[in-house]
Design a protein around this ligand. Structure first.
Ligand SMILES: [Zn+2]
Length: 237
């Protein structure tokens, strides 16, 4: 296993990638990320266990790694994970980052992408009320774009600004890669070009069905996206 730093979060935490195997075209390639939502810690626990297992060597592990290259990026939202509220650690869904259009070459006052959490607030962890911790950030899970090379800085600033200031800046459009975290993950994604990408979430409690009240321990959400047209280039994905 090799350990590398793929980038840094807005608050300066390293974003690690643990590589079990090289990018070998003869093998299947898997990328696994965890805790894109800082308040979903179980996914990182699971990834650490998997990495420990793969580090032990032995026949079973060698057999797997002969066939499959697996890269992990655990805890890709460290700022949300380390968020504080009333002097205590209070992990949040969102990253930490104040929208600064000028730093992207955009006119001052340009509105943020729709997945910006401008006041640093979210529903309380016990679902009872609302917590304002006061540090703005983004839902990194919405910051990705099917065009892996998309960069706000590559476009005419007026085009991007008029889009962001319009009503089209809503959940029908892809992300703009404005967070350093999404940019770091995408850099690794482009390096590996995985056959399978697992982005692990840790969500609330669900039952099997209305009739069967046994709890669900794992859910898989497969690709369900409709064809997507990039609003800036007209390109289809
Ligand atoms: Zn999540």
């Amino acid at each position: 296993m090799t350990l590398e730093v793929a980038g840094t979060s807005n608050d300066g935490y390293p974003l690690y990638v643990e590589k079990f195997g090289e990018n070998d075209p003869k093998k299947k390639r898997v990328l696994i990320t965890s805790q894109i939502h800082g308040n979903e810690p179980l996914t990182t626990e699971a990834v650490v266990e998997l990495m420990q297992k793969l580090s032990t060597g032995g026949n079973e592990v060698s057999k797997i790694l002969d066939e499959v290259t697996i890269w992990f990026m655990p805890r890709i939202n460290p700022d949300g994970t380390m968020n504080q509220y009333e002097g205590k650690q209070y992990p949040t869904r969102y990253t930490h980052q104040t929208w600064d259009p000028v730093s992207f070459g955009l006119p001052e006052g340009t509105k943020a992408p729709w997945y910006y959490n401008s006041d640093g607030s979210e529903r309380a962890q016990n679902n009872n009320g609302w917590v304002v911790y006061g540090i703005p950030g983004f839902d990194q899970n919405r910051d990705y774009n099917p065009n892996l090379d998309f960069k706000v800085e590559d476009f005419d600033p007026e085009t991007i600004a008029s889009f962001l200031n319009s009503r089209d800046n809503n959940s029908n459009v892809g992300g703009l890669f404005v967070t350093p975290e999404a940019r770091a993950v995408t850099k690794v994604f482009k390096e590996l070009r995985p056959d399978v990408y697992l982005d692990l979430h840790h969500r609330g409690f669900n039952r099997l069905s209305e009739e069967d009240s046994r709890s669900v321990s794992i859910q898989v959400a497969a690709v369900v996206a409709d064809p997507y047209t990039d609003p800036f280039t007209g390109k289809q994905y």
